[in-house]
Design a protein around this ligand. Sequence first.
Ligand SMILES: [Zn+2]
Length: 102
Amino acid sequence: MWTCAKCGDESENSFDACWKCSTPRDEIISDAQPPISKPPRRRMTFQIFRGTWAPWEQLLEEAAFFATEIGPERVVIISHSADRSDGVVTVWYWTTANDTHP
Ligand SMILES: [Zn+2]
């Protein structure tokens, strides 16, 4: 099926012009057309801030600075946990496939 650009009616592929208004098929937008451009592929990655002796404030400060640098539209979430005596702050964010890990 293809859709007439003029009247919006659908015609069978065997017709070269709209059955309704006779607009040639060349002027229509075929739904078989490939997408114009693919958006860049994104993948999720993370940056870990941890330290045995660093106070929480410092780790969170570093994570906050990093998140500010990459921008709010890329940050997914910032999580934190304790691994034995280590404080661990993780910034999860979106990156494009071509990006190198900062
Ligand atoms: Zn038509």
